[in-house]
Design a protein around this ligand. Structure first.
Ligand code: AP5
Length: 217
């Protein structure tokens, strides 16, 4: 199964991608996570990307396409994958389509998670993550047992720099500018599946599985 997950910041793409990855045994490929690793390691790509990410803007298409194509060449993606956060623009979608056509493994579906802007801000202002194991928590919806400490390894939790409200609002604006043409692109190809993500995590997971009915391996 080859899946793309779309949705605004805070919609729960990462959360649901992890659950789908566990369920279907295929890797979650999160462009945000890959970029943050580059930033942390101080690579050229990371230095270039950071300026865009800190402003809540998209990293240029050519950088993103090259990065994702490299990742898809990894053998762990041969049996399927879940793209979390890519494509976000029509040029990215065209590049992905061409690459998958060449590999004779077209997309199975594009799932779009919808939530209101206010819910996105609420979720992201409460998101904390473990820098060691990368587990994500939410102080309101999914708190750790001990305040701001990872349940799995006892590491102190951290917030993402781009989760400040002003940056989140900018990210939401960029998302809504780019989403309409991308939505049309996938609607024309009959791949689009909408999921109402403004509900508790378990219910969103059930809705997602329902939306993917008939595609399971
Ligand atoms: P990225 O890291 O992908 O950020 P994003 O798309 O803005 O998405 P988030 O990670 O913020 O949210 P999410 O939907 O994954 O939600 P999560 O599951 O964590 O990208 C960061 C930046 O990188 C971009 O701004 C851009 O600069 C750059 N970039 C990345 N890809 C790019 C591309 N293709 N092109 C150009 N630039 C690119 O959940 C959020 C919180 O809510 C968590 O605390 C979670 O526990 C909680 N939660 C989840 N689901 C629920 C629920 N149902 N109920 C209650 N709480 C929930």
């Amino acid at each position: 199964m080859q899946l793309v997950l779309l949705g605004p910041p805070g919609a729960g793409k990462g959360t649901q991608a992890q659950r789908l990855s566990d369920r279907y045994g295929i890797p979650q490929i999160s462009t945000g996570d890959i970029l943050r690793e580059h930033v942390q390691e101080g690579t050229m790509l990371g230095i270039k990307a950071r300026a865009y990410m800190d402003r809540g803007e998209y990293v240029p298409d050519d950088v993103m396409v090259e990065m994702v194509m490299d990742r898809l060449d990894n053998p762990d993606a041969d049996g399927g994958f879940i793209l979390d956060g890519f494509p976000r623009t029509v040029p990215q979608a065209h590049a992905l389509e061409r690459a998958l056509e060449r590999a004779a493994r077209p997309l199975s579906a594009v799932v779009k998670f919808d939530i209101s802007d206010d819910m996105a801000v609420r979720r992201l202002s409460n998101r904390w993550g473990c820098p060691l194991c990368k587990r994500t928590y939410n102080l309101e919806f999914k708190p750790p047992a001990q305040d701001k400490v990872c349940d799995a390894d006892g590491t102190g939790l951290e917030r993402r720099a781009d989760d400040e409200e002003l940056t989140v609002r900018r990210r939401l604006a960029v998302y809504s500018e780019q989403m309409a043409p991308l939505e049309r692109f996938y609607e024309e190809r009959g791949l689009f599946r909408d999921v109402d993500a403004q509900a508790l995590e378990e219910l969103v997971a059930t809705r997602t599985i329902e939306a993917l009915k008939g595609l399971e391996p």
